[in-house]
Design a binder for this molecule. Structure first.
Ligand code: FAD
Ligand code: FES
Length: 341
């Protein structure tokens, strides 16, 4: 059975087959709604059900609270229509001609960049290219049928290798493998691109980029693509890590400052040891942004990394720094632990 979904605020309509989520049905129809994890863990796909009935699916209470659900909100990556429905959602843009594809890839190089960060270079088959918007991610398809998401760290124009920055999650099936047993020339299967974390280039507002740990990966792609395109908007990057050695591409960020006027870089360290001789900014990375920019009403913010940072930044920037809700863009690097209900 097919149900009709109407996006009330834009007037678009699309069909949803029985058992298909609202997000997947929208994507199938060439309409992009905001989303991140596609797993009920991050909350990026939250929108309002204004009419009709849905199966809310399985999700984390952190992504959709009972109060939000009572107010009419749902997670469209999980919600399945049980009747014709009307929703309110932000539309991102037409999916255009970027096709989601499955491809094999060979591990070309493994570069240990920090104690818990590995840069993985993947080589696609000859004559194959992965089209994507800088900031998007791919899924690595594992043999047991599960998948793990990683953001492309290379901008699309720099496409000799697909570059991933993988943080080691101890006890994690895939990242344990990356750090312990993966070898150069291993073959992986991947699918992508996915996600709606990319530069909104229709705006001319100054850009604040906030990364924690390997959240630097999609932000690197976004910045390098903006430089290549000649984007003139002021950009300020805040990169947070526990210790200075965890800022695994600090030299690259410093080079961007030297080479691009209008680009600023603020490294922020939360747990420096005396031997680090750290004299720079300290504390939580999103707090450093708030100390410098108490009024974000004229900015756009792009944040990526661990869920606690992304959630705190969203909440505090909107509540305390006047950032308009629709000017905050993020990918929250959720793991199975965040999805556990
Ligand atoms: C859109 C997106 C983009 C991402 N991009 C990046 C990126 O560029 N770089 C990056 O480093 N990370 C990224 N991530 C996060 C990355 O996908 C995860 O860190 C990765 O999936 C962990 O995989 P794993 O197999 O090692 O861990 P998993 O096996 O998935 O386990 C993760 C953790 O959860 C625990 N766990 C497993 N099952 C359960 C359970 N049932 N209950 C409770 N705990 C459980 C494990 O012990 C472990 O600590 C991204 C995530 C998303 C959603
Ligand atoms: S995309 Fe729906 S909760 Fe993350």
């Amino acid at each position: 059975m097919t149900h009709q979904v109407t996006i009330r605020n834009t007037g678009h309509r699309f069909p949803a087959q029985d058992g298909s989520t609202i997000l997947q049905s929208a994507l199938d129809a060439g309409l992009v709604l905001p989303y991140g994890c596609r797993d009920g863990a991050c909350g990026s796909c939250k929108g309002k059900l204004v009419d009709g009935r849905i199966d809310y699916g399985r999700y984390s209470e952190k992504a959709l609270t009972a109060q939000e659900r009572a107010q009419g909100y749902a997670l469209f990556c999980q919600a399945k229509p049980l009747s014709d429905v009307a929703i309110e959602a932000r539309e991102v843009r037409k999916a255009g001609d970027i096709q989601v594809r499955k491809l094999p890839a060979r591990v070309q190089k493994l570069e240990r960049a920090a104690d818990d960060a590995m840069i993985v270079y993947l080589k696609l088959p000859a004559n194959e290219r992965l089209m994507y918007l800088p900031g998007q991610y791919i899924d690595i398809l594992l043999k047991d049928g599960t998948r793990r998401s990683f953001s492309m760290a290379n901008a699309p124009h720099d496409d000799e290798f697909v570059q991933l920055h993988v943080r080691h999650v101890p006890g994690g099936a895939f990242t344990d493998h990356v750090f312990q047993t993966m070898k150069e020339r291993d073959i992986l299967r991947l699918e992508g691109p996915f996600g709606t974390f990319f530069l909104r280039d229709e705006s001319d507002k100054p850009i604040v980029l906030v990364a924690s740990g390997t959240g630097f990966a999609p932000i690197k792609a976004l910045i390098e693509a903006a430089f290549k395109k000649g984007v003139k908007r002021p950009m300020r990057l805040y990169w947070g890590a526990r210790r200075p050695k965890d800022l695994y591409l600090n030299g690259l960020a410093e080079r961007w400052v030297a080479e691009h006027s209008g680009f600023e870089y603020v490294p922020v360290i939360s747990d420096a040891l005396p031997e680090d001789n750290w004299s720079g900014r300290t504390g939580f990375v999103h707090r450093a942004v708030m100390d410098d920019l108490s009024d974000l009403s004229g900015h756009q913010v792009y944040a990526c990394g661990v869920p606690i940072m992304v959630d705190s930044a969203r909440r505090d920037f909107i509540q305390n720094c006047r950032l308009p809700e629709n000017e905050f863009f993020a990918d929250s690097f959720t793991t199975a632990a965040d999805k556990a209900r």
